[in-house]
Ligand binder design. Structure first.
Ligand SMILES: [Zn+2]
Length: 249
C-alpha cells in the first residue's frame, strides 16, 4: 500500500491561509491575495491566483514589497494616507515648571523624552542620542544638567578643580550608555545652545539631585529653577555629612 505524502510547504501555506482568513474576519482592513511565488498582490477573483491564493492585509502586502497586479487592479493606498499612519502624534515636552512639581521625585519618566547617553563630557554635562526627537530637539544633543554645578575638569583656561575628576568619573560610571529620560524647566537652552535638562535614570531618580546629594557638586542657584529649594537642602545635607566635595582635606 502506498502512503500519501503531503508536502510540508503545502501544510504550512494552508495553515497560514486559514490563520490569515480567521484574523481578517475580525479586521476592518482591506484584504488582498498573494501567491507562494509571485511578487504582485491581487483581488480574490484574479485569474493569476490559480496556483495558490494567500489572503493578507493590504498593509502587510505593501510592507513585504508586493506590487499591485496590473490585470485585476487591486486598491493602492494614496501617499498621503500612508504618510499619516507613519506620523506619530508628538507629546509636548515634559516641563516641571508647567506641572508645578515641587520635588524631583515627582517626575514621571513615562512622559519624558527617552535618550541614550553617548558621552559623559563632565560631571554635569553629557552628550545624548535622542531617537525620534520631538520638534524642538535634535538627534544628538549636549545637555547641561539643571540646578547643579560640578567642579571643572574640561575648561580650556582653568586648571582642574578639586574633586572635578571624581565628579566626572562618577557621571561616567553611572551614565555611560545608559537609557535616560529628559525633563525640562523654564529655559530649554543656555546661551551656548546646550539643552538644559533634568536627567532621570530608569529607576525614576533624578541624576541632577543625586550629584548634589552625594557631594559631587553644589546647587547652582545663579538662575532660579523649579527644584531650587530641594537642591539647596540636598547640598546642606551633603555639607553636614561631609560627603564628597565637602569632605575633610
Ligand atoms: Zn491580479
Amino acid at each position: 500500500m502506498k502512503s500519501i505524502k503531503i508536502p510540508v510547504a503545502l501544510i504550512v501555506s494552508v495553515v497560514i491561509s486559514i490563520a490569515c482568513s480567521l484574523f481578517l474576519l475580525g479586521a476592518t482592513e482591506t484584504t488582498v491575495y498573494v501567491t507562494n511565488s509571485g511578487s504582485k498582490y491581487h483581488l480574490e477573483t484574479c485569474t493569476s491566483l490559480s496556483r495558490s491564493k494567500i489572503a493578507v492585509s493590504l498593509e502587510d502586502a505593501l510592507k513585504s514589497g508586493y506590487q499591485a497586479c496590473s490585470i485585476c487592479k487591486p486598491p493602492i493606498p494614496s501617499q498621503n494616507k500612508t504618510r499619516l499612519t507613519q506620523t506619530r502624534p508628538q507629546q509636548p515636552l515634559y516641563r516641571v515648571n508647567r506641572l508645578n512639581l515641587t520635588a524631583s521625585s515627582q517626575g514621571e519618566i513615562s512622559r519624558m523624552v527617552p535618550a541614550e547617553v553617548v558621552d559623559p563630557v563632565d560631571g554635569d554635562t553629557i552628550r545624548v542620542r535622542i531617537p525620534n526627537p520631538p520638534p524642538d530637539l535634535k538627534t544628538v544633543e549636549t545637555i547641561r544638567m539643571l540646578g547643579v554645578d560640578t567642579p571643572e575638569t574640561v575648561h580650556p583656561h582653568k586648571p582642574v578643580e578639586r574633586f572635578g575628576k571624581e565628579a566626572s568619573d562618577f557621571t561616567k560610571e553611572q551614565l555611560l550608555s545608559a537609557q535616560v529620560y529628559l525633563a525640562f524647566d523654564w529655559d530649554l537652552r543656555d546661551r551656548y545652545g546646550r539643552l538644559l535638562a533634568y536627567v532621570y535614570t530608569a529607576d525614576g531618580r533624578c541624576f541632577n539631585a543625586t550629584l548634589i546629594q552625594e557631594g559631587y557638586g553644589h546647587a547652582y542657584i545663579s538662575y532660579t529653577f523649579q527644584f531650587i529649594d530641594e537642591f539647596k537642602g540636598l547640598e546642606q545635607a551633603a555639607r553636614t555629612g561631609k560627603r564628597g566635595l565637602w569632605g575633610d582635606l
